[in-house]
Design a protein around this ligand. Structure first.
Ligand SMILES: [Zn+2]
Length: 474
């Protein structure tokens, strides 16, 4: 199995520290506002990675943090006239619920920054004792970047080049512009903890290193997050962790790509952010996951207006195929079927073992679905289609796709489109009855008119010996 390691900028053979076990840490969410599609994406990617590793037989311990104390949370809570801890609590509960609806399994351990404050203080004190960090009279503690020779090995940062996007704050007592905060002195009235350096709260970077090591050990197999976190967040995590232990912090660094909305960066000023809660109102989780995983996790995704409707169209077709298979019995041949299933599984593993290539895998999924669709209409198919369908369902559980009752999914989409077109099922059934009447009276023009009217509203009719059935045309 190969994984692209940001540290080496290449695909590497995946070797775990302990045979059969994977320790993985992925940076979680700062509880400063409602979860948006970017959060959804990161969660779906690392959920897929964790589920695939489990599928391959690894015992996976996956840790994710919640940042529940930070400048943004304090500012937002003040704006809403709420207690920052209560506000963070509310956001975390809401986000947990939404991510569950999105089909992302809870990590093995999900922990909040404020649950590990004593561990962070110990971490920072050791760095001070070892000469890697210094406290200022104001009560801030900084990491001395110049003391750590490996600084920059992940992001390959060139300090002489411009550092766009890195906010420069006036930080009292900081000796070098490159140094970063491990601990921040509290402003009057702010939430704080007592420390030898005065009242304060943790910097963001220290919480991830502390929690990764606390739950997974000094060296972990995989550390992940969005590509925008590689610098400075992950670079700082490496520096402080390796300064502390003298050991490599993480063997593999995995970064998911970034999202754009209609070619533009998601930002507050453009007001183009897409909230996860809004997406979940409009689409079943399958649709969102299919749309997000159809691109290789390392590439960027441009969310166009078509992205989710297109995915819904594909999933609608897939569930239609499954529904048809459910409703029929197939007396195919066991050995022919098994051969096909073995081939699917082999292709699946080969594709996913190559750095979780969901993009190529989904192209194959289209092929397997086309195959089922073609076999369905054959009178004497040699395959037992239910067995192939069950295998595809098992494999797709890695992505959180196709796990629903097909009718539940189809009805949800159908009702949504009916609502949009201003029709009800009753209206359509009346039209069908009317059309049958015209046909009986050989008034074919009038019958065709009805078909055309419905077709304009994207309703298709299909005549069969058992009567006429309707469907939506996506
Ligand atoms: Zn982090």
């Amino acid at each position: 199995m190969k994984i692209y390691n940001t540290l080496s900028h290449q695909k590497e053979e995946f070797k775990t520290i302990e045979p059969g076990k994977v320790s993985m840490y992925a940076c979680g969410i700062t509880a400063s506002g409602d979860a948006h599609v970017g959060h959804a994406y990161q969660s779906v990617v690392f959920d897929m990675i964790s589920k695939y590793l489990k599928f391959r037989g690894y015992d996976v311990k996956y840790v994710r943090n919640y940042t529940d104390v930070d400048d943004k949370i304090i500012a937002k809570a003040a704006e809403l006239n709420k207690d920052p801890m209560e506000y963070a609590e509310y956001i975390m509960a809401k986000t947990d619920k939404e991510l569950a609806e999105l089909g992302s399994a809870k990590p093995t351990i999900q922990s909040r920054a404020t649950e590990s404050i004593p561990d962070m203080l110990q971490f920072i004190q050791t760095l001070i004792d070892k000469g890697f960090a210094y406290a200022t009279p104001e009560g801030n503690v900084y990491f001395k970047v110049s003391k750590f020779p490996g600084y920059g090995k992940l992001s390959r940062i060139n300090w002489n080049e411009n550092r766009d996007g890195v906010r420069k704050e006036v930080e009292p007592g900081k000796l070098d512009d490159k140094d970063f905060a491990l601990w921040k002195a509290a402003k009057p009235g702010e939430i704080s903890w007592d420390t030898p350096w005065g009242k304060g709260r943790p910097g963001w970077h220290i919480e991830c290193s502390t929690m990764a090591m606390k739950f997974l050990g000094k060296t972990i197999d995989i550390h992940g997050g969005g590509r925008d976190l590689a610098f400075p967040h992950h670079e700082n995590e490496i520096a402080q962790s390796e300064a502390l232990t003298g050991q490599e912090f993480s063997h593999y660094w995995m970064h998911n790509g970034l999202l754009k909305v209609n070619g533009q960066k998601m930002s507050k000023s453009l007001n183009n952010g897409i909230l996860l809660a809004d997406l979940l109102k409009e689409y079943k989780s399958d649709v969102i996951r299919f749309a997000l995983l159809r691109t290789l996790y390392r590439s960027d995704i441009n969310i166009t207006d078509d992205l989710f409707p297109e995915s819904e169209k594909h999933l609608y077709r897939f569930y239609q195929i499954f529904k048809k298979i459910h409703g029929k019995s197939f007396n195919g041949q066991e050995d022919v079927t098994q051969k096909y299933i073995d081939q699917i599984e082999q292709d699946f593993i080969q594709t996913m073992d190559d750095d979780f290539n969901t993009s190529e895998l989904f192209a194959k999924l289209f092929g397997w679905m086309d195959f089922l669709s073609q076999e369905l209409v054959k009178k004497n198919s040699p395959y037992i289609l239910t067995k192939i369908m069950e295998k595809l369902k098992t494999l797709c559980s890695v992505f959180g796709l196709l796990q629903r009752d097909p009718e539940e999914f189809l009805a949800f989409v159908r009702n949504k489109y009916l609502e949009k077109s201003g029709l009800t099922e009753k209206d359509i059934l009346l039209k069908i009855a009317e059309r049958a009447e015209y046909k009986k009276n050989k008034q074919f023009d009038l019958a065709d008119n009805i078909r055309n009217q419905l077709s304009e509203k994207h309703i298709t009719l299909q005549d069969s010996p058992n009567g006429t059935v309707w469907d939506i045309e996506l």
